[in-house]
Write a protein that binds this ligand. Structure first.
Ligand code: RRO
Length: 308
């Protein structure tokens, strides 16, 4: 038994797939996701030109999650455009993540993606790890400008990957923009940017780039991710679907994200740490929990978090 869902009207066999991040930058890695229990294939955020990314060490697993400053290592968008027909053979939705270093780059990439068979596009407005490039999602004027330009030209259902917000005034401002521009979905949250994890033995940070500052993921961020999903479920137009990501490790976590308002969820750190078997394990746990509670569909519980 699988519990189907839809994102921007695209059918998903179930609600669990990979986050743009770990192990989704090469055809080999994407084929592994295609063969796994993931409901869709999400690509690593791409840029106009290929990038090596930041110097290593740039990812470390931590007791309750991970910290990374990968710096957008990817093959360049042309390679991902070429891969789409190969990835589509897996028979599941293909989602392309795009993270241009400037608006012109995003426009060029989105134009090219229009002519592919990709099902959805996730525009990453929240990479915390490129030196000299602040997260667009924290700059409301720039977000407005980017969305004004890209929504005019995009022919694929386009969603945005958001950074975590922490203040109700900021949620309100960004939600107004997302409603105005009629994005099709939001994915929240990206890693919590510019965290610092120190190894007391080495008396040094655990990653090298940016003096050790990087994006925090995993269990550390789950409550923040749930808060973002739930607040956006309240503030966004109901036509905008929400994908939750941040610290999901088991079926109960998935259940909580759906209760908060998500229609699907993505796995980042847990996929990196456990490998592709994580998708089938977590889906099985979620299905068992739903059955035990007597629920037969995602829509029965979506956004139904009770008040105390
Ligand atoms: O590649 C990265 O350093 C990275 C990206 Br693009 C992102 O969106 N989020 C993150 O934690 N790392």
């Amino acid at each position: 038994m699988s519990l189907p869902t839809k994102i921007a009207n695209v059918d998903f066999e179930h609600c669990i797939f990979n986050a743009s991040g770990p192990s989704c930058a090469t055809l080999e890695e994407l084929d592994i996701i295609g063969k796994s229990g993931a409901a869709a294939i999400m690509t690593k955020s791409c840029t106009l030109k290929p990038r090596e990314g930041n110097p290593e060490p740039r990812y470390t697993g931590l007791p309750l999650g991970s910290i990374n400053s990968m710096g957008l290592p990817n093959l360049g968008y042309k390679k991902y455009v070429e891969m789409v027909p190969l990835l589509k053979k897996h028979g599941k939705p293909v989602v392309m993540s795009v993270s241009g270093l400037c608006l012109a780059d995003n426009i060029e990439m989105l134009r090219a993606i229009n002519d592919t068979d990709a099902d959805l596009v996730e525009l990453n407005l929240s990479c915390p790890n490129v030196v000299g490039k602040p997260q667009i999602g924290y700059d409301f004027e720039q977000t407005d400008e980017v969305l004004t330009k890209v929504m005019k030209l995009v022919r694929k259902p386009l969603g945005v990957k958001l950074p975590p917000y922490f203040d109700f005034a900021h949620y309100k401002q960004i939600a107004e923009l997302l409603n105005k521009h009629k994005v099709k979905f939001v994915t929240c949250i990206n890693s919590i940017g510019n965290a610092l994890y120190i190894d007391p033995d080495k008396e040094a940070p655990v990653i090298k780039p940016k003096g050790g500052f990087g994006g925090l993921g995993g269990k550390y961020v789950k409550p923040t991710a749930l808060a973002n999903v739930h607040k956006f479920a309240e503030l966004l137009d109901p036509s905008i679907d929400i994908i939750g990501v941040g610290g999901i490790n088991n079926g109960t976590d998935v259940f909580e994200f759906i209760l908060a308002g998500a229609k699907a969820v993505q796995l980042g750190t847990v996929f990196q740490e456990e490998g592709p078997e994580t998708f089938a394990r977590i889906e099985k746990e979620f299905n068992e929990l739903m059955k035990k509670k007597g629920y037969a569909s995602i829509e029965e519980i979506r956004g139904k978090l009770k008040a105390l």
